[in-house]
Write a protein that binds this ligand. Structure first.
Ligand SMILES: [Zn+2]
Length: 300
């Protein structure tokens, strides 16, 4: 086996690990339910790497890249505010703890930032904004080939741009943030689904079937995503905008809805229309593990 890289995407429900070769080809993939808390997260991550070692028959002694939600300090490999993982205390030295356990170097990055590097790989474009529409709404910025984290790690936090003074109270303490309109959780409260169909799929299917209320909810959601893209595009003007996160499992129907909303917003503005934001939109291929791939690339 030639040079390989190991990447982990640690999420609240599952931890996904993979091994990629230099061409970005996925050689092995493992997923495990994430145990919460500092010990649980480290134990789960270590178990995933051991499973990858078993699957490939390789010692995998190179750097392990980790993407994780929350506030991450990459130079120190520390994380905090990953509340859904039970990491809500002080800075936790994840890189050091996992590195000692596995006997390898571990680098840690915010999961959306890691995913934006994965998006670079899958799109073959190195100037892009990756918009993650998951439980929350956040963007990763790779500008002219470089990841922009921001001085306080807050670059791309468009989910907390307030757009509606009369809107819902956001968990960040502001009112009417984009995240309260254009996120998986906003969509789930606007269109609660029962059974096994995720709310996004249920909503888009109902809208497709002609349900007027579903059409209105879908269009409001798409307009919110379009507003986030407009803010990002006018701030940094990326060549490509990539939609990812759980809601992006909708695939092409999400791209079409958001492109339509972008065109509607540009209808009265020759300036906005000339920027062709709709034409820059792409969606991560279904089931492509974009954050884990990006995490693996951190080790290079
Ligand atoms: Zn907010």
């Amino acid at each position: 086996m030639g040079p390989v890289n190991v990447g982990l995407d640690i999420g609240a429900t599952k931890t996904l690990g993979l091994v990629i070769d230099d061409a970005g080809e996925i050689l092995a993939e493992v997923r495990e339910a994430t145990e919460p808390g500092t010990d649980g997260v480290v134990r789960t991550a270590a178990r995933v790497v051991e499973a990858l070692r078993a699957a490939t028959g390789e010692p995998l002694t190179g750097t392990v890249g980790v993407g994780i939600p929350g506030l991450v300090d990459p130079p120190n490999g520390t994380v905090k505010h990953a509340v859904n993982l039970g990491l809500d205390g002080d800075w936790f030295p994840l890189g050091q703890a996992l590195g000692e356990r596995l006997g390898v170097r571990v680098v840690v990055e915010n999961d959306v930032n890691a995913a934006s590097l994965g998006a670079v790989k899958v799109c073959g474009e190195d100037d892009l904004v990756y918009l993650s529409i998951g439980t929350g709404l956040a963007a990763g910025l790779v500008l002219e080939g470089r990841l922009r984290r921001g001085d306080h790690g807050a670059a791309g936090e468009v989910g907390h741009i307030p757009v509606d003074p009369m809107g819902a109270l956001c968990e960040c303490g502001q009112r009417g943030c984009l995240e309260t309109i254009a996120s998986g959780s906003a969509l789930a409260s606007a269109w609660p689904s029962s059974g096994h169909v995720p709310p996004a799929q249920a909503l888009f299917a109902a809208a497709q079937g002609g349900d007027e209320k579903a059409v209105a909810v879908r269009d409001e959601f798409a307009a919110g995503v379009a507003s986030a893209i407009r803010v990002l595009a006018l701030a940094v003007d990326p060549r490509t905008v990539v939609l990812g996160g759980g809601v992006a499992q909708l695939g092409e129907q999400l791209r079409v809805a958001v492109a339509g909303a972008l065109q509607a917003q540009a209808a009265s503005s020759p300036f906005l229309a000339s920027l062709d934001l709709a034409g820059r939109l792409r969606v991560v291929p279904a089931d492509y593990p974009v954050a884990a791939v990006g995490a693996a690339l951190l080790g290079r």
